[in-house]
Each structure stands twice: as C-alpha cells, then as structure tokens.
Ligand binder design. Structure first.
Ligand code: ZN
Ligand code: ZN
Ligand code: ZN
Length: 184
C-alpha cells in the first residue's frame, strides 16, 4: 500500500480515538479513548465495542455464573504458557513497538504542519508560557503535542514547564489531549 495512504489511515484512526463512540450494549455515547478499553492484543487505537462500564459488568456476571472457570481451566491445562508469550512480555511489547514507530514518523510531519500554520497565521505563538504564565518569546517557547494525531493542538510551554510535563508523562501521567489536563 502507498505509504501516504497508510499514514492517512493511521492518523484518522488516532484522531478517531478522541471522537465519540456508542456502546453496542447500553447505547450510551462516550469519548472513545476515555470510555472504552483499548484492545492491547490488537494494533494500536483499536477499541472495544462495549463501553468500560458494560465490559466490567459482563466480567462480573461471568465470574458470578462460573465462579470456578479459571481455577478449572488452570487445573485442566497445567503449566500452560502461550507459545508467543513465553517470557510474559508479548502483549506489553506488541503495541509499544508500533507506537514508537508511529511517533517517530509523525513527529517530523507535525513539525512541518506547525511551521506552516505559524507562517500563514492559522496558529499564533503566544508570548507567555501556558504552564506558569512566565513571559517567553521566540524559540524559548516550546510547542508541546499531547498527540501527534492533532497537529494543531499545541500547548506553548517554557522549557522548564515542558521538561516537567515530559517527566510527568514518563512517570505514567495521562494527559487529556483536548484540555491539557493531567491525570495521575
Ligand atoms: Zn455500555
Ligand atoms: Zn512555564
Ligand atoms: Zn513535548
């Protein structure tokens, strides 16, 4: 497949995780990435069709109706290890590998989009940091992206706030891409 088409699809898929999705079971609508589990054994940005709440209820029902299911299964399959998950890291690494690739590829593209937007006035660079309100100008103000799927959603931060933010992210904080709000 043409790499441009593939990238466009990828970006559409990522952007879709911010849009609303309706639960197949209860019919309620939530923002996809907040209201639905991401299916970690499938490619990145693939979400469950049933909302988190309904999925939890389903699991609880299952546990209640077959309380010994897992114990029995383990007894029937002693020492079972999935062949693709011998060291237990398969699911953890599966998406990480792809996400890294996606991120590196997107970054350069997004920088070009931002540079263009600043030039033609679609985006304007403020003269103070959005984190600490310190006045900063020019290159001292970094454009931070919570998600490269949303190139024009930029948080303008001084280098100190930007460092702090990345430290928080590396420590596992989750940032709301739309509001910049940090969940820890
Ligand atoms: Zn539901
Ligand atoms: Zn700052
Ligand atoms: Zn950043």
């Amino acid at each position: 497949m043409d790499s441009k088409i593939r990238m466009a699809r990828e970006m559409a898929r990522r952007a879709a995780s911010y849009r609303n999705r309706t639960c197949r079971k209860c019919g309620q609508t939530f923002v996809t990435r907040a209201g639905f589990y991401e299916l970690k054994h499938l490619p990145p940005f693939t979400y469950d069709s049933t909302c988190i709440q309904c999925r939890r209820e389903q699991s609880a029902d299952f546990r209640e109706s077959k309380p010994n299911y897992h114990r029995q299964w383990t007894a029937n399959n002693p020492g079972y290890v999935s062949p693709c998950n011998a060291d237990g890291s398969y699911f953890k690494n599966y998406q990480a590998k792809y996400r890294k690739k996606i991120e590196v590829r997107d970054r350069m593209r997004v920088y070009r989009i931002v540079a263009k937007a600043l030039k033609d006035g679609t985006l304007t660079k403020p003269d103070q940091c959005a984190g600490c309100d310190k006045p900063v100008s020019g290159r001292g103000l970094h454009g931070h992206h919570s998600d490269y799927a949303l190139p024009l959603q930029v948080q303008w931060l001084c280098s100190r706030c930007h460092d702090d933010l990345h430290r928080a992210i590396s420590m596992g904080a989750v940032i709301n891409g739309e509001t910049g709000e940090i969940y820890t």
